[in-house]
Design a protein around this ligand. Structure first.
Ligand code: FES
Ligand code: FES
Length: 299
């Protein structure tokens, strides 16, 4: 799900800056963003292992209450297995930030608990070892199994952690906790005339850039309907956060498209016709022009 189908590094850099701007404005993760320095888009997600520092032999971690962060906070010794190092992480510090501060290459993307790219695994019950503040990706079963999000997860105890576990966590939940369902939405049951198929209303949507008109169900994201056709569609986070899938419809987006999870576009942008295909489903027939994120950002 963390697939990146985009236009290269330059585009990703643009997204980075936009994401950062949006998230800074709308989330409480400003500190995390500032500490992170840069996002791992494009090539992000891959780890190259420890960059520097001497590998630290594992020692049973010990809690050091009250050290470091001033009154009231605690630090816990966290062993980062791939990085072969143990560091003290405050109970108010996201695990991702702590690792990035060490200069480690740790996978991440959205920094707000949405994309799942920072998924890691701890050696115990994640619900006991890690406090999540904003997890929107992992379900309770995954967390109980030890999967945690480092971007919004702070330690509650000492533990060992292995980063780069998104795929394993996804596989753990058969049938998936992935939103959006790019794999299985796809019966694009293309009814050509905007009728209903079963109980699902479908609408004829003209994809202008892709050169085709297809029937898209009211319960189907415009993005996945296009991808199922094999079309090149810009997108990245698939969760309404990054804005890369921003497209324009020939009318009021608030009437033509139902968004479920938009965190990028304003009401004004939507009324101007800008919509997110990853979390937008049709409520009428329209023409859709993809690849207009820059244009929408001007509104
Ligand atoms: S970086 Fe996206 S969920 Fe953590
Ligand atoms: S792909 Fe990120 S908002 Fe749609």
């Amino acid at each position: 799900m963390s697939e990146t189908t985009d236009d290269g590094d330059e585009r990703a850099d643009d997204v980075d800056s936009r994401l950062r701007r949006r998230l800074l404005a709308s989330t409480a993760s400003a500190g995390a963003l500032a500490a992170a320095g840069c996002l791992g888009l494009g090539g992000g997600g891959s780890e190259t292992g420890p960059r520097d520092g001497d590998p630290t032999p594992y020692e049973p971690p010990t809690e050091t209450p009250g050290s470091g962060n001033g009154g009231g906070s605690s630090e816990f010794d966290i062993e980062f297995l791939k990085q072969e190092s143990t560091i003290a992480v405050g109970d108010d510090e996201p695990l991702l930030d702590a690792g990035l501060d060490e200069g480690w290459d740790i996978p991440y993307q959205c920094e707000v608990g949405v994309c799942g790219q920072c998924t890691a695994k701890v050696d115990g019950d994640g619900s006991e070892l890690v406090e999540h503040d904003g997890n929107q990706y992992l379900d309770d079963d995954q967390i109980a199994e030890g999967y945690v999000l480092t971007c919004v997860g702070t330690p509650e105890s000492e533990f060992a952690i292995e980063t780069g576990m998104q795929e394993e966590a996804d596989a753990f939940t058969e049938g998936g906790s992935e939103d959006g369902g790019s794999e299985d939405d796809g019966s694009d049951s293309g009814s050509e005339d905007g009728g209903s198929e079963g109980d699902v209303q479908t609408y004829d949507i003209e994809y202008v850039e892709q050169g085709g008109t297809i029937g898209v169900g009211e319960d189907e994201a415009l993005l996945y309907a296009g991808l199922d056709e094999g079309w090149d569609m810009p997108y990245q986070c698939e969760h309404g956060v990054c804005g890369q899938c921003t497209s324009k419809v020939d009318g009021d987006g608030s009437e033509l498209v139902e968004h479920d999870g938009n965190q990028y576009l304003s009401d004004e942008q939507i009324s101007e016709g800008y919509v997110l295909t990853c979390v937008g489903s049709p409520r009428g027939e329209f023409s859709l022009t993809t690849g207009v994120q820059d244009e929408a950002d001007e509104v």
